[in-house]
Ligand binder design. Structure first.
Ligand code: NAG
Ligand code: NAG
Ligand code: NAG
Length: 512
């Protein structure tokens, strides 16, 4: 990897130095860190003479309320275009959808879909999700504005972008548009094809959590399984050591006094751990750290892989007098905070709530408030650990997650459960009944249990990559990629080939 120009470095520092808040935002910060790392590495951001020119950001005027024609307000949605492989106006268009975070020029330059574009002579477009990054409507993030933030609004944006950009770039009406996306954006890609098959020819949905769920306890079931999987460096000892480390943290928290003060110093907590809810936040953040190691296992830019984490937890011994797993966990926290450029970890619930209540758009924020709103009004996805075989602490429990919807947005708990059920009835959960959608998942990734991992029919197919983590197929290729990942990417290419043959056949039929 080349040297990053200071402009980028400055941006990265700004994003990651302003301290973490809730456990969920710790995971989000990790995600953003990895995405930025992967998009910027080798992106021509090195100062070499052959450095590729980065596409400039462009802006599309979109209606704020696409469902009310008499509401004339609009906002500017950011997008990027890479036309260097676009062979002809009849060529396909790869539309890379942004999700719950900012997008960058890397979305059309690195990883898939950009890596697939040369083979097919495709035009690549990256579209940032409304309310994230710089695509935030004027007027900020108060409740009156957030009414216009939902997956349905995002899909309406996809439709109007598809129509406007077709005209702008003079894309032939016979060009197939293929949507790509990872994680929540993967669900959007699948739903774009499901709801608008006349505009979107097919979709590749990577690590897409299609089923909304209030209590996402299955997340930690996969985390446990992955921590004990030898193929990625896990073992039964590692899972046991994780349990032991969490039990030790809980013991010290309960003991109070000097034990708690020592814990605070050893884990590098920014503030005291005297409040009950702050102790729950600490346990949640530690869970997120272990969960993050599993979710992003083996990815460039990830501070901890399962192998490294297990090495720390199991191999940290040598001192019989001290509980080794706890020290391994402590070391893992240091590695993590150092990688993300954080001086200390904030476990203050009050601070987290205060930050989430800020309605000024945070240019360098990762969209915590917006995503919390979407979980409260559409998806849930609250990771819990209350089943007996879960290796971590039972805290924070579901009510504490739900309380956040109430505290930050004034949304009652019952409305969250109802919203989750509505989302599943509107999109069909894990049996959406779409055609020409390819679902790609990795079996290490905790999110794969909410996706489609087996073929639902001849035109709704799935790839499950052994030992694959979250959205791994979309990451830039590297020499250390496993044969199973390589095979998975080949299968995606084959699926595209099949679709393009279908597109040609349907054109011939129309012409005849
Ligand atoms: C539609 O927009 C108009 C103009 O802003 C507004 O008066 C009206 O209340 C809106 N209707 C709905 C259903 O939001
Ligand atoms: C648009 O593309 C068509 C062919 O698909 C071509 O005939 C026409 O000249 C193009 N128009 C512009 C403005 O580029
Ligand atoms: C072992 O314990 C001693 C004293 O408690 C400490 O100084 C030393 O750093 C420990 N070594 C390891 C490898 O943890």
């Amino acid at each position: 990897m080349g040297v990053w120009p200071s402009r980028w470095l400055g941006l990265l520092l700004l994003v990651f130095l302003w301290g973490s808040s809730s456990p969920a935002s710790l995971l989000r910060r990790l995600r953003e860190h990895i995405q930025q790392f992967q998009e910027s590495s080798g992106l021509g951001l090195s100062l070499s003479p052959e450095a590729v020119a980065l596409p400039k950001e462009k802006w599309l005027e979109q209606p704020l309320d696409p469902f009310n024609a008499s509401d004339g307000r609009s906002f500017l949605q950011r997008y990027w275009v890479n036309d260097q492989y676009w062979a002809s106006q009849d060529g396909p268009v790869f539309l890379h959808l942004g999700g719950e975070g900012s997008l960058g020029p890397g979305s059309v330059m690195r990883g898939h879909p950009a890596a697939l574009a040369p083979t097919w002579g495709a035009l690549v477009i990256g579209l940032e999700h409304r309310f994230y990054g710089l695509s935030i409507p004027p007027g900020g993030l108060d409740m009156a504005q957030l009414r216009f933030l939902s997956s349905r609004h995002a899909l309406a944006d996809v439709v109007s972008a598809r129509l406007a950009l077709s005209r702008l770039f003079n894309v032939s009406s016979s060009s197939p548009w293929i949507c790509f996306g990872g994680s929540y954006a993967g669900s959007l890609a699948a739903w774009a094809r499901l709801k608008f098959p006349h505009l979107i020819f097919a979709s590749v949905a990577s690590s897409a959590p299609l089923r909304a769920v209030l209590d996402f306890s299955e997340y930690n079931e996969v985390v446990s399984r992955s921590l004990s999987t030898p193929a990625i460096g896990g073992s039964r000892e590692c899972l046991a050591a994780t349990s032991a480390a969490f039990a030790e943290v809980e013991r010290r928290l309960r003991a109070g006094g000097a034990a708690r003060a020592a814990l605070r110093a050893e884990l590098g907590a920014c503030g005291s751990l005297d409040a009950v809810e702050d102790r729950a936040e600490l346990l949640g953040a530690l869970q997120a750290l272990v969960g993050g190691a599993v979710q992003y296992d083996g990815q460039a830019g990830a501070p901890l892989s399962v192998r490294r984490l297990c090495g720390l937890l199991v191999g940290a011994g040598g001192n019989c007098s001290r509980p080794a797993p706890y020290h391994g966990l402590r070391r893992a926290v240091q590695v993590f905070t150092h990688s993300l450029g954080q001086r200390c970890l904030s476990f203050s619930r009050a601070e987290a709530v205060a930050q989430l209540r800020v309605t000024e758009p945070q240019v360098f924020g990762v969209g915590d408030r917006q995503w919390l709103y979407q979980t409260c009004t559409e998806f849930g996805f609250y990771v819990t650990c209350e089943v007996p075989r879960c290796p971590f602490s039972q805290l924070p429990a579901l009510p504490s997650h739900l309380e956040l919807c109430e505290q930050v947005f004034g949304l009652p708990t019952s409305s969250v459960a109802q919203a989750v059920a509505q989302t599943n009835s509107y999109y069909g959960g894990q049996t959406p009944g779409a055609t020409q959608v390819l679902f790609v998942n990795g079996d290490t990734d905790p999110w794969h249990v909410l996706s489609v991992t087996g073929n639902l029919g001849p035109s709704e197919t799935a790839i499950l990559i052994p030992s694959g983590s979250h959205c791994l197929d979309m990451a830039p290729e590297k020499p250390s990629d496993s044969p199973s990942l390589h095979q998975g990417r080949q299968n995606i290419s084959q699926q595209l080939q099949t679709w393009f043959r279908l597109a040609k056949e349907s054109q011939v039929r129309v012409a005849v």
